[in-house]
Write a protein that binds this ligand. Sequence first.
Ligand SMILES: [Zn+2]
Length: 86
Amino acid sequence: MKILDEGPSDFHHKFTCKGCKAKLAAETNDVVVGYFGSNYGGDRPTREYYVECPRCGTDHKLDRNKIPMMVRQKADQKQQDGGFKE
Ligand SMILES: [Zn+2]
């Protein structure tokens, strides 16, 4: 299959870091997938897309509905390559 047009690829998610109050703009390559929550007491960790503040390391979860599919696919790919943290 040939992809003729991948659709919008400019992803800029601007936000203020909860940890250090830095103003940040997340881009496609910053988004990663991780599991949040405990595995105890029937709670199951939820799979979340998130970005990490480059200044203080605070994780910021992203609303998956606001992330373009292309960006999610890239994050999924990174996880498959072994780049997710746990
Ligand atoms: Zn920060």
